[in-house]
Design a protein around this ligand. Sequence first.
Ligand code: IMP
Ligand code: MG
Length: 171
Amino acid sequence: MNIDVLINEKDLEKRIEEIAEQIKKDYEGEEVVFCSVLKGAIFFTVDLMKKYTGDCEVNFVRVSSYQGENSTGTITMKIPLKKEDVENKNIILVEDIVDTGRTFKYLVEYVKEMNPKSVKTCVLLDKKARRVVDFNADYVAFPIDDLFVVGYGLDYDEKYRNLPFVGYVRK
Ligand code: IMP
Ligand code: MG
């Protein structure tokens, strides 16, 4: 597979620092829980937390909807959240990418059922053109075109997550 750089390491770092500062301002005096959506959001979550200077916790949830380059449309819960990890807390769901919007829409509803103090969404990449359900993330690092991207946590059939940049597959 030929992979070209879409967003390099320096630009990722700079933009993630801005997002961390914005979140810090929005939650002044409050504690937040970064709830990382496995596996794709691991790199983003770690780097975001390293730039975040407020009080925070981390948690993980795992869902899957993809096989190869195509969304299957059905979301499977692989690692659930516990009610005590959500109830009365300010949850920020952290995702690698919003595509159709199904995953995030599902997760926001899932979290809301556990009575959080608040719930917001934060995403590294936003492919707005591909949306099939009405969904907008609260924090978006980079809006991107309709490209299949890999690296910095994102995979193609579990490969390429280890690339330190966001790349796209050249056809
Ligand atoms: P959605 O439910 O269609 O919004 O899909 C979201 C999930 O699909 C993301 O969390 C990714 O795991 C995966 N995904 C969507 N687009 C891409 C891509 O370009 N590269 C790798 N994974 C993707
Ligand atoms: Mg994902």
